[in-house]
Write a protein that binds this ligand. Structure first.
Ligand code: DGY
Length: 321
């Protein structure tokens, strides 16, 4: 089939209807990700590929698609799953979905900060075991956010700033890694610190940088060694920003108080050592999983496809590798 639109996963109903209305034949994946063989097979001859973060769109997939391919529309703000350079070499536009998931991701992040700081998930698990208990002054105490606890934001972009706004409302003080993007008037007070100092001065470190060769294992043994033993690490960015082995060592050895992780190095695999640690809160990559947010992400991806197939520039092209 030539010139079809291949959507690798079932998107929201409205997005599926909009894709079907575009005109070209639609090849639709399932709720689950396609196998590699299915991805290569169904991409063949496509004019547009609507991918998700679980699809590795590399040179082999682009070549399988062939010269008809004009756009890879990734349904995510992150695009580390797409070989952007290989796409550019082949004249294929890559788009992502920035701006529509900042609030949802920041909400989830704040939920994880609270869950880790105030031991919410641990308390839930504790009660489910049926263990006898009674309120006590020393029972399950955690970090007070409202007493000026310091939040260190690594990656002060749209999502990092949305997290910071929420954290300030909880009484936290915000540090962030330096950014070239100018501050907006409603961004609120922030003190910029280079990463090593931010790690050393924060009670909670939250990651909001993209995954690139430079940020892969940004949080490694050396970075974790700079953090306070009472500190918490929150990751809603990409799993590979953190060296899992180093994180497990730091938690097991009591050099870090806890972590809250929405993303994992080898998704969907979750390291059993993390699952065994009571000080770790785990969620299955739910950052953008709000109904309206998912609809907006899928809708933006479809609009990008519509624009490019109509010969117009995409709304949200990816410019960097
Ligand atoms: C993204 O958009 O990159 C998120 O990880 C999806 O939830």
């Amino acid at each position: 089939m030539t010139g079809h639109v291949y959507v690798t996963r079932l998107l929201t109903d409205d997005a599926m209807a909009a894709l079907a209305a575009l005109g070209p034949p639609l090849v639709t994946g399932r709720e689950e990700p396609p196998s590699r063989a299915e991805l290569l097979r169904d991409a063949a001859g496509a004019a547009a590929l609507v991918s998700t973060l679980t699809d590795r769109v590399d040179a082999a997939v682009l070549d399988a698609a062939g010269p008809a391919l004009r756009i890879v529309a990734n349904v995510a703000v992150g695009y580390d799953n797409v070989d952007v350079a290989a796409a550019a070499e082949r004249g294929v536009v890559v788009t992502n979905t920035p701006g529509v998931l900042d609030g949802a991701t920041a909400d989830l992040t704040m939920g994880l900060v609270l869950a880790a700081a105030r031991r919410i998930a641990e308390g839930d698990r504790f009660l489910r075991t049926g263990t006898p208990w009674v309120w006590g002054p020393r029972m399950m105490t955690g970090l007070d956010l409202s007493a000026g606890a310091v939040l260190g934001v690594v990656g002060y972009g749209r999502i990092g700033r949305a997290v910071a706004r929420r954290a300030r409302a909880f009484g936290m003080t915000v540090l962030a890694t330096p950014t070239r993007t100018p501050l907006e008037p409603d961004d609120g007070p922030v003190t910029f610190r280079e990463l090593p100092d931010l790690l050393a001065e924060s009670d909670v470190v939250t990651l909001h940088c993209p995954l690139t060769p430079r940020t892969r294992h940004l949080v490694d043994d050396a970075a974790l060694a700079r953090m306070r033993p009472t500190a918490l690490l929150v990751n809603t960015a990409r799993g590979a920003v953190v060296d899992t082995d180093a994180l497990v060592r730091a938690l097991q050895e009591g050099r870090l108080a806890g972590a809250a992780l929405d993303v994992f190095e080898d998704e969907p695999h979750v390291d059993p050592r993390l699952r065994a640690l009571g000080s770790v809160v785990l969620t299955p990559h739910l950052g953008s999983a709000g109904d309206r947010t998912r609809s907006a992400m899928c809708g933006l991806a479809v609009r990008n496809v519509a624009e490019v197939l109509a010969g117009r520039p995409p709304l949200t092209p990816v410019t960097g590798g």
